[in-house]
Every structure is written in structure tokens, then in C-alpha cells.
Design a protein around this ligand. Structure first.
Ligand SMILES: *Cc1c(COP(=O)(O)O)cnc(C)c1O
Length: 351
């Protein structure tokens, strides 16, 4: 299959116009993209073309019924400019888990994996190698098929676009525990990486921003008593020396960073629990001084430490100290991703 991927390279590279020393997140796009069409009941062979706008009919179902899913992963360079991906097969598999739930046709895993490798080979000079930076990769599928009829589209596009990026969050975040709105519901699409999940998060997050917070902690949709995710990241809490995260279910995205952290923590001899965490337990441990850390986990930031959580008008601060689990886990994962240490898990994939 990979030898059939047609590559059309750009006549005018934008590479020299990019300041690789001042990258922010996700607003500069590499010269090329991969595009693959689903037509006549099958996925056609992907193509690599210059990064460019796409034309869609106004009746394309993405606009009306939101059939849209995505993934997020990164390519890293080591000091010798070797290129690596981190657990890309997990992203390919998760894209298809999302596809199934949104009635989008599943894409052959090799279209994703082999297509991505070819795309990275073409745009290898777009992968930054300074510490903390990487090439953010955004694979996505949406319904391009036409018609106002409320039913799954008959045509889709799978695209991989990439963006050289610096680090995602800077500094610790202040979060607000959300008790009114829900990110996801029982039986819903919370476990899928569906665009609509994000659309639904924006308004409650804007309200939190207005109150001076950076992010929302989502709670369960039924009782709002248990924490579930930190914005669009999985949540971890350290009480005394135990690292706790909540079990995944159909409301929670099964994060690859979360899974990797659990594995590394276990291997580091950290005591780990996977169980429900109630807001009242957080408040009680904060008051008792046993709540030592809270952080979000996801590809973009790896680990995003939380300094404060707000609940019912009161801010609970988490005291700072050295040698946090957040730092340890972030350093371990980053070292594996960037080929600085041995990878005992088979997570790193050399391109
Ligand atoms: C993508 C995402 C995560 C993190 O997943 P990773 O695979 O670690 O990047 C967590 N929660 C939500 C809601 C997400 O969309």
C-alpha cells in the first residue's frame, strides 16, 4: 500500500518563513498533508499533496450533523535528528473506536500508519528538535458527503495535517470544579475523540475563564460528585504518596498519556490506585494537607500541573514542593519520546 501513495510536492516551501525558536501551539502548518477519500463504499489510496484549503458542498453533513472525529500525536527528533513517534498504533486504533461510535467508516490502520510515515518523511525538516518542541500531528475524519437528510454521509475525508509546535501550557493552572454542565453523558460519545465534545466544552470553559480560572474539572453527569477529566485531559491526583486516577468508562477518553503514566508509575514503585475520586474527598484531603498534587495528562502538554481548584466559591491551593510526581512522570515520558533513555515498553517507533 505504502508504495502506492502518490506524492505531489510543493513548488514553494514555506519552511524558511518559520521562526522555529518562537513556536506556539498549532498555528503554523507544514508544507504537505495526507488526504484520503471514502467514496463508493471504500477508502481510496491516500495521497500526499501540498497543504491547501478544501472545497465542500454547503450540504456536506459535517456542517449539519457533526460527523467529525480526530486524533492528536507528536513526532519527535533526537539529538541526531532521528525521527520517532510515540505509540502511534494506539492512535490509529482509537480513531477507529471513535469512527465506529459516530457511524463513520473505519479506516485501514496501515493507511494511517504508513501514510503518516510517508508524510513525515516528506516534511521531515518541519520537525523541530529544540527541547519541548515537536511536530504536532492532527489526523481527522469528517463527513464530506452531501444532503440535508439526517443520516450518516456516504462520503468522508481522512486528512493528516501537521504543525511544528512549542509547549502547550506554560505554568500551573487554576481549575474550577464544574457542577452544572457536563462534558459527556452515560451512553454518549465522551469516550470518542469527537469534535462535538469540544464544541460542548467551550461555553462552560468560557464561564470559568471569566471567573479567573484556566480550565474546568468535569464531574460525572448524574451526581456531579465525582471528578472525571481536567478540560480535555485525563486527571491524576496524589493523596499522601498514592497516585490516583479515575477508571475509564463511556464518558471518559482513554488517553494514551494516562495509560503510559500508569505503567511508568508502577515501574517507579509509586503506589497507584484506579478508582473514583469524589469532590468531597478532594476538599477533605486539601483541608487535611494530604492533597499533594493534581495534574492533567494528555499528548499536547504531557502533564499539566494544577495549582488551585475552585469549588463552590472557595479556592483550595495545592502547596508547591520539589520532586513532584508530575515532574518525574513528565521527564520519564519525554525522555522515552525523544530517545534519551531505553524504551522498555516498545512505545517508541522510529521512522
Ligand atoms: C485527547 C484527550 C485526552 C488525552 O488523550 P491522549 O491520548 O493522552 O492525548 C484526554 N481527554 C480528552 C477528552 C481528550 O480529548
Amino acid at each position: 500500500m505504502k508504495d502506492n501513495i502518490k506524492i505531489t510536492t510543493t513548488q514553494s516551501s514555506r519552511l524558511s518563513s518559520v521562526d522555529f525558536n518562537n513556536l506556539s501551539f498549532g498555528n503554523i502548518f507544514s508544507d504537505h498533508m495526507l488526504i484520503c477519500n471514502f467514496k463508493n463504499s471504500s477508502w481510496e489510496i491516500p495521497q500526499i499533496v501540498p497543504y491547501q484549503p478544501i472545497t465542500l458542498d454547503p450540504s456536506s453533513k459535517i456542517f449539519h450533523y457533526g460527523q467529525s472525529i480526530f486524533e492528536g500525536l507528536k513526532a519527535y527528533k533526537d539529538v541526531d535528528d532521528n525521527i520517532f513517534l510515540f505509540r502511534p498504533k494506539d492512535n490509529a486504533q482509537r480513531l477507529n473506536i471513535s469512527a465506529k461510535r459516530l457511524a463513520i467508516p473505519e479506516i485501514p490502520e496501515e493507511f494511517f500508519l504508513e501514510g503518516l510515515k510517508k508524510l513525515l518523511a516528506v516534511d521531515k525538516d518541519w520537525i523541530p528538535n529544540s527541547p519541548g518542541s515537536s511536530l504536532y500531528i492532527r489526523p481527522f475524519i469528517f463527513a464530506s458527503g452531501q444532503g440535508f437528510h439526517a443520516s450518516p454521509a456516504d462520503e468522508y475525508k481522512f486528512i493528516i495535517a501537521t504543525s511544528p509546535s512549542g509547549s502547550y501550557f506554560s505554568g500551573k493552572v487554576k481549575v474550577l470544579i464544574e457542577e452544572t454542565f457536563s462534558r459527556s453523558a452515560n451512553g454518549g460519545v465522551g469516550f470518542a475523540k469527537a469534535g462535538g465534545n469540544y464544541a460542548g466544552q467551550f461555553f462552560p470553559t468560557q464561564l470559568a475563564l471569566k471567573k479567573g480560572y484556566d480550565q474546568v474539572i468535569w464531574t460525572d453527569d448524574t451526581s456531579h460528585e465525582y471528578i472525571e477529566e481536567a478540560g480535555a485531559m485525563n486527571i491524576f491526583v496524589r493523596i499522601k504518596d498514592t497516585l490516583i486516577t479515575v477508571p475509564t468508562n463511556d464518558r471518559i477518553l482513554d488517553g494514551i498519556t494516562r495509560k503510559s503514566i500508569l505503567k511508568i508509575a508502577e515501574e517507579e514503585g509509586i503506589s497507584v490506585e484506579i478508582r473514583k475520586i469524589s469532590v468531597s474527598e478532594l476538599v477533605a484531603s486539601s483541608k487535611a494537607g494530604t492533597l499533594r498534587e493534581m495534574f492533567g495528562a494528555g499528548t499536547a502538554a504531557v502533564v499539566s500541573p494544577i495549582s488551585t481548584f475552585g469549588f463552590r466559591g472557595i479556592d483550595y491551593h495545592i502547596p508547591e514542593f520539589d520532586n513532584t510526581y508530575a515532574d518525574l512522570l513528565k521527564n520519564r515520558i519525554t525522555a522515552i519520546q525523544t530517545n534519551k533513555v531505553e524504551d522498555n515498553y516498545g512505545w517508541r517507533v522510529k521512522i
